[in-house]
Design a protein around this ligand. Structure first.
Ligand SMILES: [Ca+2]
Length: 485
């Protein structure tokens, strides 16, 4: 109609006076508007529909998803660390639910990031390694060859940001992405804004100028985590008249060791149980400070009671930087030190303050929880590898019986063994591909995984191994191939 009017207007310009033409156009538009209004008014008014719409609006809380990088299970005071200070995250734990058996989807960065963003297991996504699996990670005397892995989040996956954007959310990404180069940046996965997200697995430096392609320098010497908090806060101030989905995926406390002097000072001379490096202590505290500032802003904007806040980490602590005791090993291993992470959920009106929850949960559950909170309904073919945590908050249970992990690679340190793992109830079975052996632990009784029960409980081991094999087949997981000696 408007195209027709425009053509008519252009064609008649020479023979009609301009003011007359303008009047005809205005009258035609008015007629259309009246006609449309009448059609709308003749629709039957449905009170249920109106109520549904109102409920729908209310059912879109803001979502702030904070994920730290390499923060270990013991890297917070509220997790039991005797030295590190984390008052703001500790306070969040007192206001929400703290999970004591939370797992990252993988023992290294990118697979967990991809899993959280899509709700699909790393094995299913075929994103199982931290970036490209380069030859420098392969020991010369390796018995198996790792399978191929993707290191970019494919554009045809349905990301959290895309699904929430379709629900009317403003979407902002702040921090470390590590899911591909420019063509795969957060802005290609449903985020309106990307500050700091790029292909990097760690920052070249934590001090401005950062040399991060998506984060222009601002103030020389400024600390990266403070800057990311500033950018997140600016987004909250700008967009809070609509539901917001904010990812603050801090680069911290990942390598390099760099922290503000005033925070490092506190940890000097305190090395020992819970602290290997005073600078790392400063990095944890800087992270806590940034989280606190973002939480303060939610309160200042009076939207904290309409905001679901999740705090977690992408894999276990790197043993070169932190003390994962009492857990066995660290980042890059399928033992608990590599997989177990802090997890706190504060969901106003849903979670009870100060609760601890010991059900085993995994990164993809957070995806499902967020979609549940936002009222996103998935089609059957879009089923996730996670479950909403909502039943747990009401004292119920999750439906699934086991959690699965697949890391068929050599980590950056080359000291691990490519393997897969399953946790069912209190038992955890690890299967290693180099010599096709299994280990079985009761992680409730033996948190440090010191006593292998595979010989003592062959039936349990066989059952778990069978489950794991079936899951690997169902997800079409890439399996390492034995090399000729
Ligand atoms: Ca990481």
């Amino acid at each position: 109609m408007f195209l027709f009017l425009a053509i008519t207007q252009a064609g008649c310009r020479r023979s009609f006076p301009r003011h007359l033409l303008h009047r005809i156009t205005t009258l035609a538009i008015s007629a259309v508007v009246v006609l449309v209004a009448q059609v709308i008014n003749t629709q039957p008014v449905n009170a249920d529909q109106a109520a549904d719409q109102a409920a729908d609006q209310a059912a879109r809380p803001n979502i702030v998803l904070i994920m730290t990088d390499d923060m270990g299970w013991q890297d917070l005071a509220c997790q039991g660390n005797p030295v590190l200070r984390s008052p703001r995250v500790d306070a969040l734990a007192r206001q929400g639910v703290r999970f004591t058996n939370a797992y990252a989807a993988a023992p290294v960065c990118s697979p967990t990031r991809a899993a959280l963003m899509t709700g699909l297991a790393p094995a299913r996504l075929q994103i199982t390694q931290h970036g490209a699996d380069t030859q420098r990670f392969w020991p010369k005397d390796r018995k198996v060859q790792p399978p191929p892995t993707r290191h970019e989040l494919p554009l045809d996956t349905h990301s959290l940001a895309e699904r929430l954007k379709a629900r009317g959310y403003a979407t902002g990404f702040f921090g470390k992405w590590h899911l591909g180069g420019e063509a795969f940046y957060p802005t290609h996965h449903g985020f309106d804004v990307n500050v700091g997200g790029c292909a990097y697995g760690g920052p070249p430096t934590y001090f401005d100028p950062y040399r991060i392609p998506t984060l222009p320098p601002r103030k020389s010497g400024e600390y990266l985590t403070d800057r990311l908090a500033d950018e997140t806060i600016a987004f909250l101030r700008r967009e809070h008249d609509q539901p917001m989905f904010v990812c603050l995926w801090t680069y911290n406390p990942h390598y390099p060791f760099e922290a503000p002097e005033e925070l490092v000072k506190h940890y000097q001379g305190k090395e020992g149980r819970g602290l290997k490096n005073p600078i790392y202590g400063g990095q944890i505290e800087a992270t806590d400070r940034a989280v606190g500032r973002v939480l303060d802003e939610l309160q200042r904007l009076e939207i904290d009671d309409q905001t679901l806040v999740i705090f977690t980490s992408d894999n276990g602590g790197w043993s070169g930087a932190t003390d994962n005791t009492p857990l066995r090993a660290g980042k890059g291993y399928l033992y608990e030190g590599g997989l177990r992470v802090p997890l706190i959920v504060r969901w106003p009106g849903v979670t009870q303050s100060g609760r601890e929850e010991d059900s085993p949960v995994v990164s993809m559950d957070l995806t499902a929880t967020i979609l549940d909170a936002a009222g996103v309904k998935l089609k059957a073919e879009d089923a996730l590898d996670g479950e909403t945590l909502r039943p747990l908050f009401g004292g119920g249970n999750l439906e699934r019986k086991a959690l699965f992990f697949h890391y068929p690679h050599f980590a950056f340190h080359r000291a691990n063994r490519p393997g897969s793992a399953v946790r069912e109830g209190d038992y955890k079975l690890l299967h290693f591909y180099d010599d096709d052996t299994v280990e079985l632990y009761d992680v409730a009784q033996d948190l440090s995984e010191t006593t292998d029960l595979a010989q003592k409980k062959p039936q349990v081991a066989a059952r778990l191994k069978q489950r794991l094999t079936a899951w690997l087949q169902e997800t079409e997981a890439g399996i390492p191939q034995r090399r000729q000696p």
